[in-house]
Write a protein that binds this ligand. Sequence first.
Ligand SMILES: [Zn+2]
Ligand SMILES: [Zn+2]
Length: 77
Amino acid sequence: MHTCRNCNQSFQTELALELHRDTCTKGQLFCQVCGDRFREGDATKDGWHYTCPNEDCDGDGLQDDLFHVEDVRTATH
Ligand SMILES: [Zn+2]
Ligand SMILES: [Zn+2]
């Protein structure tokens, strides 16, 4: 079983989870260092300084390493 860590929805296969992660509305931020997605609230404590919530990743800074998924989509289309 594969579970989306953003919305806790479960999927039978890793592929199904991957497809879901592209459309998951709960995963609003994207870290370009580790390629992971997470909720905005997981990346910031004060709403000002953003860091990647993955412990083994040192991505930080909105617009530096972390981006809103919508912004990435518009930029690549
Ligand atoms: Zn999800
Ligand atoms: Zn990261």
